[in-house]
Every structure is written in C-alpha cells, then in structure tokens.
Ligand binder design. Structure first.
Ligand code: ADP
Length: 501
C-alpha cells in the first residue's frame, strides 16, 4: 500500500506481470482533500501498452473460456475473501485518493465484495433454457457462451465498486479483460486487481492499463480484437465511445449521467424526506450519477421542507474524509470544483434563490483541498439549467409543485433517466409514481441513491443505451446466447416442414 511519505511508482498489469508503460511517462495520484499529498505515480499508458494488454487478453481467452465456470467462480470467491480482509485499508486508500468520507468508501469496497460474492455464486448457475423440440428425437437448448475480450473504461466516483460491477460478471462468464480506470483514482483499481491476482486469476485474463481517456482509453475502443465495451462516465464521452464502437459493431454498454429527483408529497414524513434528500444530495459530495440534484416539494409543505433542508445542509461538516467528524469530503479535482462554481453562478444568473452555501471553502483546514459548501437553491423553475444539467457536485435545486401530475412532469422533463424517488404515505401515489417515472430506478420513501448489487442498475434516455449492470442482467451483457439443437433421430428432419401435419 502507498504511504504519504513514500509515494510509490505503480505499473500496469499485463499478462500477469506488473509492467511499466513503454513511454515511461506517469500521472500523479493526489489527495483532493490535501493536494500536497502525493499518493503515487501511475503509468500514462499509450496505444502501444494498450495493444500489449489486448494481445494478452486475446491469448488468454483461448484457455479461460474453457475453464469450467464453477472453477472460475472459486477464484472469485477467494478474491472476495481477500477484499473483505483488507476492506479497511482499501477504504482508507480510496478516501485519500478521491475524498469521500470513510463510511462511504467502506461502502464502496463492500459493494465490490458483494458483487464478487454474487458473481462467484453465478459460477454454479448461469442457467440456460431447455425446451422441447417440435420434432421427435431432437433436443433443444440455449446456453451462455463468453463473448471474448472485454474492454472496460471506468470513472472515479466509485473506483472499486464500478470496476467490480464490470469485471466480476465478465470473468464468471469466461471473458478476458482490458480495464482502464479513471486517472483520478488508479489506486483503488490497483487494489482490486491485486486481490484478484492473489486469488489466482491466471495471467492475461485480467489486464489493467492506467492513463487518461484519449491516450489510454480510446485505443481500446478502436481495436478490432476487443469484442465488447463497458463504459461508465459522462454522457459526452459516452457518445464518443458509442460512435467508436459502431464501425466494428462492438457490443457496447453505456452508463452515463443523471439529473435525479426526489419528489416530496404533502403527506410525506418530512423528517424522513429531509434526511433522505440530504443523503441523496450531498452524499459523495453530490458526485454520484444517482445524486438527488433536484428536489420537488409540494406547495403545502414547501416552506417547512425548505427551511429544514437548508438548515441541515448548512450544518454538514465538510473536510478530510478520514476525519470521522466530517460528513462531506471535497470535490474530486480542480476541474470538478470549477464546474460546481460555474453552475452556482449560472443558478444565480437564472434567478434561483440561494438558501445556503454557494462558495468554495479555501481557508484553514480547507486551504489545500477542492472543497465547496453544500449549496441549496430554492424557488427554482424546472427549466433552469441548474435543474436540467448534471452538475456532479454539492448543489441541490428545490422546485415547488402543486399536484402529483405536475411533479411527475417535472421529474420526467429532463434528458436523463437514471433514478427517481417519491416520499408519500399514499400507496396509490407510490404505485403510480413507480409506473410513470421514466427512470431505470425508482425509490419509494428512500433517496435516489443506494443501489444493491443483485438488482439491475441503469437508466433510460441519455443515461444509458438499454443495457443493465449488476444482478442477473449483467450476465446478458457479458455472454452470448448460443442455441444448440441435437438431432438424434438419425434422419433428416426439417423444422416447420416435416411436422406441418
Ligand atoms: P467523469 O465525469 O467521471 O470524469 P468522463 O466521461 O470524463 O467522466 O470519464 C470517464 C472515463 O472515460 C475515464 O476513465 C476517462 O479517462 C475515460 N475517457 C475520457 N475521455 C475518453 C475518450 N475520448 N476515449 C476513451 N475514454 C475516455
């Protein structure tokens, strides 16, 4: 593990060996709560390194696809045990490199553990279909087959959980992998890969190349030897990924932005709704794709909600996530902080009323980090840019509404469709909401965040392209359905013709 006093020089993992990038260039991994702390140096990989990694994955696929799935799963089960053993160390590493508070980074590692155990279990399932043939003495079934070399490009906000969401189903289905993690959070992915290596994943099956998007990510998209791509990140880059995959018809999974909403009805338990909106809006400093960046509140309870919500947001303790007193960490980097400040200015210009926050924190203990106050805009119009565009920071826009139908229109009136929530004690409205909200995930009486690994995760509209991660849905992305007919009649039997009578 890296320490503050001795920043380590890390390497790529290609064909079972830790290998320096050919170009020899490196990217710094720094603590966003204290940018003086250099956590480590990671390779700035380029197309040559990516080619090596892909060649290694391609070669390893020949053997890995033939390893029985229960055997693949045993390796993964061991990896889960290792992750569990090291959970605290890995959580601390993650807080240092991306800033979210320790209970949240423990949750991130736990999510990776959950996903690893879940997919290890799938090693003995991966059920197919057996169906009666329409012809005598003929057997018909459909089985899952691996796809091939899987390219994965991941973001920094869940730096262990998201790679695990992709790596584990890919491995259990028999694919081999080239993974490029986000440049801001390489250490957490390094830790995950090390656990898998120690658990016994064979050389070449899992390859990791560090580096930035255009240099190290793009070559994975362009290489014809890569059969599928799974990407999580911005909608802007997702479009690039999608276009790059199109010419070679790569199977492509995109998990992109969100503009998620919490709807608070007039019959809601307000204490619960305020707590949920604080957690949904400011958890992970608002840097979750499922963050509740909009809260729509019924006019009858609007003033009470706004007062309580703003007061609670104002009280949140912001600082280094390793200090248990702190409840919200920094933005991940300077660029993200600048985006937050830009949107605060946009909100003011649009005429939204600032109820609390609105400033960067840059004195005292905050002086060396990318901190920003929890910020609440009230009396917002749903068409304002702060209510339409993803900010990915600690900024929540509150919108008043007068009826259930109006709330649903506001909720659906954005280009994203990841997660939505309603607080109500009316069972009819709860069920109408889950039917009418155009998102991939709906919560009732809980905030927009909090996905569990054994259920499908993903969104509609500009959030996704129709695939789902996690749960059994992930197996559909990482495997091909192969339909097998065995005719043991010893004669030619023509489907649709010989049984027509
Ligand atoms: P975020 O908002 O999480 O930083 P990005 O979409 O910028 O989202 O980045 C997500 C991942 O996509 C990162 O691993 C990043 O390096 C990678 N990436 C960025 N640009 C490209 C690109 N042009 N081609 C391939 N990968 C890219």
């Amino acid at each position: 593990m890296a320490t503050a006093s001795a920043p380590t020089v890390f390497k790529n993992y290609i064909d079972g060996a830790w290998t320096a990038a050919r170009g020899g260039k490196a990217i710094e991994d720094r603590n966003p709560a204290n940018r003086d702390e250099l956590i480590g140096m990671f390779p700035a990989s380029t197309a040559d390194d990516i080619r090596d990694a892909i060649a290694s994955a391609q070669a390893a696929f020949k053997k890995w696809r033939l390893v029985p799935a229960p055997k693949r799963a045993e390796i993964m089960f061991r990896a889960a045990e290792i992750l569990l053993e090291r959970k605290e160390d890995y959580a601390r590493d993650m807080t240092r490199e991306m800033g979210k508070v320790l209970p949240e980074t423990r949750g991130d590692v736990q999510e990776a553990i959950d996903m690893t155990y879940l997919m290890a279990g799938e090693g003995r399932r991966q059920f197919g279909h057996v169906a009666p043939s329409e012809l005598p003495s003929k057997f018909a079934m459909a089985v899952r087959a691996p796809v091939g070399v899987a390219g994965m490009i991941t973001p920094w906000n869940f730096p262990m959980a998201i790679p695990a969401w992709k790596v584990m189903p890919a491995l259990v289905c028999g694919n081999t992998i080239v993974l490029k993690p986000a440049e801001d959070t390489p250490l957490s992915t390094y830790n995950l890969v090390q656990a898998l290596e120690e658990a016994g994943v064979p050389a070449g099956v899992l390859n990791v190349v560090f580096g930035d998007g255009p240099q190290a990510g793009a070559p994975i998209l362009d290489d014809p030897a890569v059969d599928l791509i799974s990407f999580t990140g911005s909608t802007e880059v997702g479009r690039i990924v999608s276009q790059a995959c199109a010419p070679s018809f790569k199977r492509c999974h995109l998990e992109m932005g969100g503009k998620n909403i919490i709807v608070v009805m007039d019959d809601a338990n307000l204490d619960l709704a305020v707590d949920g909106a604080i957690w949904g809006g400011f958890g992970t400093t608002g840097q979750r794709c499922t963050a509740a960046s909009r809260v729509a509140v019924h006019k009858k309870v609007y003033h009470e909600f706004v007062e309580r919500f703003a007061a609670q947001a104002k009280k949140l303790k912001v600082g280094d996530g390793l200090d248990p007193a702190n409840e919200m960490g920094p933005c991940v980097n300077e660029q993200q902080l600048n985006t937050v400040m830009k949107y605060v200015a946009i909100g003011k210009e649009e005429g939204a009323k600032l109820a609390t926050g609105g400033h960067r924190l840059e004195t005292g203990s905050h002086a060396r980090g990318w901190f920003h106050e929890p910020t609440v805009f009230v009396d917002c119009d749903p068409k304002m840019r702060i209510c339409q565009e993803e900010i990915f920071g600690p900024v929540v826009a509150i919108i008043p509404f007068g009826s259930f139908n109006e709330a649903i229109d506001i909720a659906n009136g954005v280009t994203y469709g990841l997660s939505a929530s309603i607080y109500t004690r009316d069972v009819n409205n709860a069920f109408r909401a889950q039917r009418d909200l155009e998102t991939g995930i709906v919560y009732v009486n809980a905030p927009t965040i909090g996905a569990e690994t054994h259920l499908p995760f993903g969104g509609t509209k500009n959030t996704g392209n129709g695939h789902r991660e996690a749960g059994l849905a992930a197996l559909d992305f990482y495997s091909e359905w192969k339909t097998v007919y065995v005719d043991y009649s010893d004669r030619l039997q023509r489907a649709q013709i010989d049984n027509a009578e």
